[in-house]
Design a binder for this molecule. Sequence first.
Ligand code: ADP
Length: 347
Amino acid sequence: MDGGISRLYEVKEKVGSGSFGTVWKAIDRRTRQVIALKRVAGVLRNARSAQKIYREVEFVKIFSKHPNIVSLLDVHVAANSLDVYLALEFMDSDLRKFIRGGQLRREYIPAVMAQLLQGMQFVHSGNIIHRDLKPANILINRNHQARISDFGLARSITSEYTGNDPVLTQYCGTTWYLAPEALLGSKWYTVSADMWSLGLILGEMLTGKPIFTGDSQMGVMESILSSVSCPAPRDLVRLFPRHAQWIHSFRPGQLRPLKRILQRQPQEAADLVIRLLHINPNERPTADQALRHPCVASYRKRWPMFDRDVKLRVPDTALLQCGEYRDLIRRIENKMESMKRVSHVKI
Ligand code: ADP
């Protein structure tokens, strides 16, 4: 642990790790607040990972305002100029562990789903796609309060997806929650890709198991095609020109219709999963539409939305040098620090 960071935080036990960072429970020595300290080691060593952490910091800072998005409290560039630390609001667990540990209470599933839809409605209103929604990236407290986290792959929808995105090609997490258009590199990649992931998260909360699995992107696609009906051939060609023929001729070894997977689940919740899991992205409901579904409608709360595109200081398409990303993150660090000082000044 960096000496400067140890002076600011008393680090307790490790609470998680992902493909990018390690997270500890910690106490902020200045405020005695319990926080989550995420260290992303060596991230400023190459431009691609520096870009990812810069985006994560910027997006999470912008979206933190919403009650269903994790709050960023501080950011620090380590003295070695290579590691970045994020101080985040501390949460008891993540949804993956919560489901596996049997802590998710069935009667709370619609309320958790409504919180996720509300968080994503907010993100989508700024025309941003999260692109990495999965149970491990949903943080949850014992009282079933949920927060969306990990915006490292988030992207502005205004920068058109080319099907040749290096971030997604280097994707090192599980591909089980990616929408068909992401798995197949289609250019029809928009906010509805997140709606697919939310459908899978709801399905997993209900059944206790991931809905689609596979060891490769095509393996996951085969699992999808064994359960979900295919779009009409004309739509298939338009959506997935390079793979339409393969999809059309694919014959699953074993059919596992989604209705059968969900047959023991409450009808309204199962219906919402089925509506979200359409291969054709245009047929999936938006977050706003899904929040009107009878499964979640009674939990809906009003929250102001963005009325403009959320834009980062550096456009998505630009790839800067590592040192430039480091300076941008340091600037955010100083700004957050000075805002705190202002709010602590006694009048
Ligand atoms: P990565 O960017 O490497 O994927 P994540 O941000 O997803 O890392 O964090 C990895 C794990 O750490 C999460 O799945 C979760 O279990 C835990 N974690 C992350 N943020 C928090 C937090 N704010 N509070 C508590 N645990 C957290």
